[in-house]
Design a protein around this ligand. Structure first.
Ligand code: CO
Length: 140
């Protein structure tokens, strides 16, 4: 059921500052362009590692859901983990049947990778906010 770890979401007050850490301290070389997702209230930037990505997320706009996270974690911190699944609707229905809550309406939305995603309620996942992402059928 659960597939590969796709990325770890890291909230930050400054993507530029975080990029500098991953690039200059850790030596990451594959760092994408920062882009906005206004409807989600976030700026996003992917750091690509050999086996997974780090998704840097910074608040975009006043209503960003990341503001609350940064209020409790002013320096930023680990926000969510994302696992790949083959079929997002089948997975959502299975999660619900097993008693886990899906955040929001439960309808998948298109995430930063351009494929459908859902989030499981952290209270149903041992305190971890889990994103599930439909794996592209033909990954490049
Ligand atoms: Co994510």
């Amino acid at each position: 059921m659960i597939g590969k770890l796709n990325h770890v979401g890291v909230a930050t007050p400054s993507i530029e500052a975080s990029v500098a850490l991953y690039r200059d301290l850790l030596g990451a070389t594959e760092i994408g362009e920062k882009f906005s997702m206004p409807e989600q209230g976030v700026w996003v930037c992917f750091v690509t590692l050999p086996n997974a990505q780090i998704e840097l997320i910074e608040p975009y706009g006043e209503d960003s859901p990341i503001h609350n996270f940064l209020k409790s974690n002013p320096a930023g911190g680990q926000h969510h983990v994302c696992f790949e699944v083959e079929d997002i609707i089948a997975t959502r229905d299975e999660m619900r049947a097993k008693g886990a809550r899906i955040l929001g309406t439960g309808e998948p939305r298109i995430g930063a990778h351009g494929v459908p995603i859902i989030f499981l309620h952290p209270k149903d996942m041992g305190g971890v906010l889990v994103e599930l992402m439909e794996t592209p059928k033909h990954p490049h």
